[in-house]
Design a protein around this ligand. Sequence first.
Ligand SMILES: Nc1ncnc2c1ncn2[C@@H]1O[C@H](COP(=O)(O)OP(=O)(O)OP(=O)(O)O)[C@@H](O)[C@H]1O
Ligand SMILES: [Mg+2]
Length: 249
Amino acid sequence: MSLSVSIIYLKENEKKEDRIIYTKKIMEILRVENLTKKYGKGESEVIAVDNVSFSVEKGEFLAIVGSSGSGKSTLLHLLGGVDRPTSGKVYVDGKDIYSLSDDNLAIFRRRQVGIIYQFYNLIPILNVEENITLPCDLDGNKVDEKRLNELLKSLGLENRRKHLPNELSGGQQQRVSIGRALINNPAIILADEPTGNLDSKASEEIVELLKLTNKKYKQTIIMITHNLEIANEADRVLTIEDGKIVKEK
Ligand SMILES: Nc1ncnc2c1ncn2[C@@H]1O[C@H](COP(=O)(O)OP(=O)(O)OP(=O)(O)O)[C@@H](O)[C@H]1O
Ligand SMILES: [Mg+2]
């Protein structure tokens, strides 16, 4: 694709500024341009995400913080193709995701985005293995047994393969949902308060696991959290207020 063309062009071109721009493009996994999401009309209109622009590099671990109602979950859903914006663009790996039809957007979500929620969202009648491999089954793909076994091992769930969600602790259930998010080797992992329902020990374990994935697989992670200590573990922190980025560090 066009990236390899850019690399060849780079080698032939001596201009330093061009080199920087092309290198940035190659590293970029996500770009958000003037993204806005409004709910309701007239007096009840809420601007949940207000003209937000930023980009994320491949392998970056980004945290998003902000008070309740500031627009964090709405923004995260827009990044993952879960909801369509009122205006603005989201590019994932160079692709303008909202130019896709609803059907193709659903396929994109299944293959390129892994989502982790506060309350796990596991299917109660499916066991650990079946919950993790659900995205492959929905896609009609064969399960990569090697990846599944490797994931079960690093998630510490090897001897819980056949357990149902209600036979697991909260931390274990969240580990299953991390496995489900990772099984298809997605371009981005989006986590909405993944430790919000866990005690401090289980929270630490989940954050360590996300950091390990980030390092081992160069997995790009964008995580919402209310816990500033956890946010500080990330490479970069965006603070959202009233739908706008008010701070970046
Ligand atoms: N489906 C919806 N319809 C109308 N308004 C909505 C809808 N979803 C969210 N909102 C509004 O958009 C704003 C942002 O909501 P959002 O859920 O993104 O906040 P948040 O930062 O994730 O909050 P929290 O920390 O409590 O999860 C809120 O004012 C909320 O009331
Ligand atoms: Mg939220």
